[in-house]
Unconditional design. Sequence first.
Length: 215
Amino acid sequence: MPSSMGRFLAVASLCSAFALGALAQEKSAVKIDAAKGQQIAGQVCVACHAADGNSTITANPKLAAQHADYLYKQLVEFSAKPGGKATVRENPVMSGFAGALSDDDKRNVAAYFSMQKAKAGAAHIKETLDLGQRLYRTGVVEKGLPACAACHGPAGGGIPSQYPRLSGQHAEYTETTLKAFRDGVRRNNEAMQQIAARLSDAEIKALSDYIAGLH
């Protein structure tokens, strides 16, 4: 009988395959204008994420080279729903910016950032590198914790839409995000909530620092 971790990964892979297939069909009917995306980025996103998506503010994520499908999904989930319903992903600042963008704007700016070259990051805490690497590459079987590499790839490349690119991401941003998933502050990915719930503060810090140097 397969383990709970094995079942979890099998379901995640199946969901990813369905999602990617649907996105491929949808994208074939959508015309992307990266030049318009660049224009929006220079007016709306530059202060927090830099013009090319290589944010120098460690609390804000790097967007350069991130998958366009994933970025578009986040922008949609930051936007308020019709009828005054709460956003899927809560962030007052991002909700204001994302809510002002049309659907085409969201796709265009996502495409623009996905085409930018990401600047490499670096790990800084030598004492926790082994722990971070172990968590990322093998997980912890006794805790039911799958390896991050299973979904995000051995080099942090991720899978479009479902799993973001992590390679070189700011450690501060990753640490804050994992804690937000664990504590129920961020609720737009049930699988990540379950995984983060199994991580201690020390493990989150070690993992985040390791990911910053991943390439």
